[in-house]
Design a protein around this ligand. Structure first.
Ligand SMILES: Cc1cc2nc3c(=O)[nH]c(=O)nc-3n(C[C@H](O)[C@H](O)[C@H](O)COP(=O)(O)OP(=O)(O)OC[C@H]3O[C@@H](n4cnc5c(N)ncnc54)[C@H](O)[C@@H]3O)c2cc1C
Length: 369
């Protein structure tokens, strides 16, 4: 049987997780269709692209998933680049977390994974850092990827090259199930208002911050983030700076991505706000005062898919045949490589790697019930 003879596996959402899962499914020979309401609203096009399990100070299963994913990023990127012929913008710049005291530094949850820095060493890594930062941790193993301009495009192209079909501008309205809670299909609506039922027995829910709208038992909610970019003088910043509330991520071409607000009460309200932009400006000044004079280039916002414990929802759910790959909050770019491998294995009837499978109970949908 060729992939197009298989009944299609539907991927519900064409953001970062949808594209990454669709690509991995297609690589396993599955016939895949991505249903995507609005490409441009995906957080995959918003994120700063830090690959930062250590700089983020993660702990427990979240740290384990982040570390496993970080370890897989370069081979995952190599697959995407081979299938698309496009670069993804992966960089191992390392990330520096500054602190106001050595005590604060030594108590950081991931301190054991970093290189401790004193003020002089900090200044070597981050010339121009504000004087209040007296200690730091360098996580040389953490990095970044240019998700907005490169990774998302490369994934789209890799998917098409591997035969994935896209329905862009089409919204999934409902999940259809039989009386035994088995998935039967989905009801969709296209941009002209035409409603259709698509039959399927396997689908992957990758609808980001909107996932709870399709399956209300999932406690996924949006956390809005506003961002901006600055054009730096050449070579002004070598490492990512990850400060409390604000980070600066230098891309290869001299653009620095600055993020991000974390607005839990904003719901899905679109647009920039004066307060959000002021917060970013104050954050830049507190970290790297000279950066306030670097010209701003672009400003944007998006919605992180958050859950009560800030961990993703992965694996099976109450509807048989529906797999979950959502709720990655602020670490979805980092976790895309492990998530897509794990979920593509499960949804295609394969056996996932044991280290990833061992984490499934920690990220199951019913862990709050
Ligand atoms: C400001 C900000 C900064 C971030 N920085 C980082 C970072 O530095 N590092 C990191 O690892 N992560 C970061 N993230 C997190 C990361 O972007 C997300 O975790 C990740 O993009 C989630 O991917 P997703 O596919 O689940 O959701 P999305 O990328 O948001 O995609 C969801 C898609 O589903 C579609 N959809 C929704 N409902 C439906 C429906 N009913 N029918 C059809 N389609 C539907 C939407 O149109 C959307 O395109 C950041 C996020 C934000 C907002």
């Amino acid at each position: 049987m060729t992939p197009s003879d298989h009944p299609a596996t539907l991927v519900l959402g064409g953001g970062l997780m949808g594209l990454a899962v669709a690509h991995q499914l297609a690589r396993r020979g599955e016939n895949v269709q991505v249903i995507s309401r609005r490409r441009s609203e995906a957080a995959g096009f918003v994120a700063a692209g830090m690959l930062a399990p250590h700089a983020e100070g993660l702990s427990g299963p979240l740290l384990q998933l982040g570390q496993l994913s970080l370890g897989r990023v370069s081979s995952w990127v190599a697959q995407i680049e081979a299938d698309s012929g496009l670069p993804c913008g992966l960089r191992t710049t390392g990330i520096v977390v500054p602190f106001r005291s050595e005590d604060e530094r030594d108590q950081y949850p991931t301190a054991a994974f970093g290189e401790p820095l004193n003020r002089a060493q900090l200044l070597q890594e981050l010339p121009g850092l504000a004087p209040s930062w007296t200690a730091g941790l360098l996580f040389a193993q953490d990095g970044q990827i240019d998700n907005r301009r490169q990774l998302m495009r490369a994934l789209e192209s890799a998917c098409v090259d591997r035969g994935v079909h896209f329905q862009e501008g089409v919204e999934v309205l409902d999940l259809l199930r039989d009386q035994n809670s088995r998935l039967k299909g989905v009801r969709t609506c296209d941009s002209e208002g035409h409603e259709t039922s698509l039959m399927c027995s396997t689908a992957v829910l990758c609808s980001g911050a909107w996932s709870g709208q399709l399956l209300p038992e999932l406690p996924v909610f949006p956390v809005k983030g506003q961002m901006l970019s600055l054009q730096t003088p050449r070579g002004a910043l070598r490492r990512v700076i990850f400060g409390p509330g604000t980070y600066l991520v230098p891309r290869e071409d001299g653009l620095v991505v600055v993020g991000a607000t974390s607005e839990r009460d904003a719901g899905f309200s679109e647009g920039l706000t004066p307060q959000g932009q002021t917060t970013l400006k104050q954050g830049i000044a507190a970290l790297l005062p000279e950066a306030i004079h670097w010209p701003p280039m672009e400003r944007w916002w998006g919605f992180r898919p958050c859950t009560p414990d800030e961990g993703p929802l992965l694996g099976a759910c109450a509807i048989q045949g529906l797999w979950l790959a959502c709720g990655h909050h602020r670490n979805g770019v980092l976790m895309a490589s492990a998530t897509s491998e794990l979920i593509a294995d499960l949804a295609s009837g394969g056996t996932p790697r044991s280290d990833l499978a061992a984490l499934l109970p920690s990220f199951s949908w019913d862990r709050w019930l």
